[in-house]
Design a protein around this ligand. Structure first.
Ligand code: MG
Length: 159
């Protein structure tokens, strides 16, 4: 059986925070604000995976009211989500994700993100597509107030 899930996330850009996207630290004057490392791309992928198996969302599994998740490495949380997926008898077919950011240029970092995320999800890099787009200066993302990411995950029954 094939199932699909969708994920979306947004975090605010602020000074004095590291910018981490897809588990990769990117040199930039701003970083994303959040309870965890605020890795918006990894969060969108986690929600897509949880959505595919109708297993709630990351807010439910890793509540931002819980001090346990303060400053959490989102790639470690992704590993926990993939473990849940496997427990329920599903494996990842593919992930497709888009990051919406006016700046910085993300293209040079995409190979590293695919590598980190594929390793965390224990799947081949060819199953992990990461894309980036600007929003042509429009809205909050265009004003560089934040970064969003959306993802689709396809999973299949391992049995
Ligand atoms: Mg988030």
């Amino acid at each position: 059986m094939i199932r699909t899930g969708i994920g979306f996330d947004t975090h605010r850009l602020v000074s004095d925070r590291k910018l981490i996207l897809g588990g990769v630290e990117i040199a930039y004057e701003y970083g994303l604000l959040g309870h965890s490392d605020a890795d918006v791309l990894t969060h969108a992928i986690m929600d897509a995976l949880l959505g595919a198996i109708a297993d709630g969302d990351i807010g439910q599994h890793f509540p931002d009211t819980d001090p346990k998740w303060k400053g959490a490495d989102s790639v470690a949380l992704l590993r926990a989500v993939v473990a849940r997926l496997k427990e329920k008898g599903y494996g990842i077919v593919n992930i497709d994700a888009t990051v919406l950011a006016e700046r910085p240029k993300l293209m040079p970092h995409i190979p590293a993100m695919r590598q980190v995320l594929a390793e965390a999800m224990e799947c081949d890099q060819t199953a992990v597509s990461i894309k980036a787009t600007t929003v042509e200066g429009l809205g909050a993302i265009g004003r560089r107030e934040g970064i969003s990411a959306m993802a689709v995950a396809t999973v299949s029954n391992l049995n």
